[in-house]
Ligand binder design. Structure first.
Ligand code: ADP
Length: 483
């Protein structure tokens, strides 16, 4: 099969979150299964053309409203995977991907109309006519709408199927209605059945309506998004399409995330030989200015956003003041949450360390050095932090929601089964209780070692998820040709 994987970010080129992890990994696995998959992303400012050996392969024009916007295509490789970069400095030569801490870029509608339309036009210019375009999130969600409207009569794209993966339903790309002409789509589509969303246009909704197949990044989340509680106003649309909606849990690249070979960490280790983990803990304490104690070290790595339950985290750290444990927090995001955490750290020097910023190397040292990994997310489509932490023998303590519910199971010292600790009710009390249970287990050394080994034995590699995606690509093609 020929598959074009369209995403606004992909590791290691540009990353703000889990979408980049998936986009930088899943296509490689599908390629290894013998398919001609190629990745396409915008050429963001953070992508160093020299470092990644990118070369210009074509110039082309992308219609945006009445204009023909001139742009270029660069090509690079990720292993064997061809990666195309759409270069248009006016849109993508910016310090951040989507906006600053003061808010989204005001021209995001135009930027991602250009990108979505550019994906199809680039494929054409490159002579690569995919059987399936796998679109991700709102930034690429107009692609399915284009395929079924403006390109429906096109000899190539008229047969191209689309799969849309929703990595986080809360981000939808909602813009005022007067941006519609820029999309090139007809006002006939400005109705509640199609793009209209409470008087505005909603890019993600366009994708949800037009894509042949829809997926979310875990089974539980695929059910949750059909409820008013987690549907962000789109649960009705998703219920209508529930027969074409599937949940496939994300994997992680087991080579990329391997405590046995990770060069960023102080000492390598494996499930068979855990000694290195102690060295990493010690090194992390030193790096973060934490006291040297025998207490367990609890960590958080993630976006500082309401979704991630950062307020609960700050409160639980205060609440557990007397409990014998230390905290290390790495995150960037909303300013008030940064301040909240820094205040907590200032009140507890030596016991709580907070590093504000995005630091991929430090994240690895935290995964390797911590004993427990905290994810009190209000909702979590899949979550990658818990998967990485399991791989590094760092025990997740998580809110039982979305992908966290699908990947973390409660440990029982009696049966010796389970890989972490979960709590159902989203309150500081139940979060604190789960942590206390984890800390108590930590003091029972044989039980803890069993638990760490269970965690490290979990297989969340991409193989089985990639196979599930392939089946859905085939299904999408069948659906497209049947119409
Ligand atoms: P989301 O996509 O909602 O942000 P995920 O758990 O799916 O959350 O993925 C987050 C990814 O980003 C993980 O790989 C995590 O390690 C990484 N990450 C998040 N914040 C930071 C940070 N401040 N520094 C380094 N890595 C981070």
């Amino acid at each position: 099969m020929k598959i074009l994987f369209a995403s606004s970010e992909a590791a290691p080129f540009a990353k703000t979150g889990g979408l980049a992890d998936v986009s930088g990994t899943l296509p490689k696995f599908i390629r290894e299964m013998g398919h001609d998959v190629r990745l396409i992303i915008p050429l963001h400012q953070c992508i160093d053309e020299g470092k990644f050996n990118l070369r210009r392969v074509a110039g082309f024009f992308v219609p945006v409203g009445e204009r023909q916007v001139e742009a270029e295509i660069f090509e690079g490789r990720l292993g064997d995977l061809p990666v195309y970069f759409i270069k248009k400095d006016r849109y993508f030569d910016r310090p951040e991907l989507y906006g600053t801490s003061h808010g989204d870029y005001p021209d995001n509608a135009e930027r991602f109309v250009f990108f979505s339309r550019g994906v199809i036009e680039a494929a054409n210019v490159l002579g690569f006519h995919p059987d399936v375009i796998h679109c991700n999130d709102w930034q690429a969600a107009l692609v399915p709408a284009y395929l079924k409207t403006l390109y429906n009569a096109d000899p190539f794209f008229g047969k191209t199927a689309s799969v849309l993966t929703v990595h986080n339903l809360a981000y939808q790309g909602v813009f005022w209605h007067l941006d519609l002409p820029m999309t090139g789509l007809s006002w006939d589509l400005f109705t509640p059945e199609f793009l209209e969303f409470y008087g505005k246009i909603n890019f993600l909704k366009a994708g949800l309506v037009f894509a042949d197949i829809l997926t979310t990044v875990s089974k539980t989340y695929s059910k949750e998004v059909q409820t008013p509680e987690h549907g962000w106003g789109l649960d009705g649309v998703l219920r209508i399409r529930k027969k074409e909606l599937f949940g496939i849990v994300n994997g992680i690249d087991a080579q990329e995330w391997d405590p046995g070979t990770d060069r960023e960490i102080a000492s390598s280790f494996s499930a068979r030989s855990l000694k290195g983990k102690d060295k990493n803990r010690k090194a992390l304490r030193e790096e973060m200015g934490l006291a040297d104690t025998s207490a367990p070290l609890l960590a958080f790595v993630g976006r500082l956003a309401g979704q991630k339950g950062v307020d609960l985290l700050a409160e639980v750290i205060e609440r557990l003041g007397d409990t014998d444990c230390q905290f290390v927090v790495l995150g960037s995001g909303e300013e008030h949450l940064q301040r909240l955490l820094v205040d907590v750290a200032n009140r507890h020097p030596g016991r709580v360390a907070v590093h504000v910023g995005f630091d991929a190397g430090l994240a690895r040292r935290v995964y390797a050095g911590a004993d427990m990994f905290l994810m009190p997310s209000r909702y979590e489509p899949c979550g990658i932090g818990q998967l990485i932490s399991l791989r590094y023998g760092t025990i997740p303590v998580v809110h039982r929601t979305g992908g966290l519910a699908d990947t973390v199971s409660e440990f029982s010292a009696t049966s010796g089964k389970g890989n972490g600790f979960t709590f159902r009710e989203l309150t500081v009390e139940s979060f604190a209780k789960a942590i206390q249970k984890a800390v108590k287990t930590y003091q029972n050394r044989p039980a803890w070692t069993r638990l760490v080994k269970n965690a490290m034995a979990c297989d969340f590699s991409w193989d089985s998820s990639a196979e599930q995606y392939l089946k859905l690509y085939e299904k999408a093609v069948r659906m497209r040709t049947a119409k």
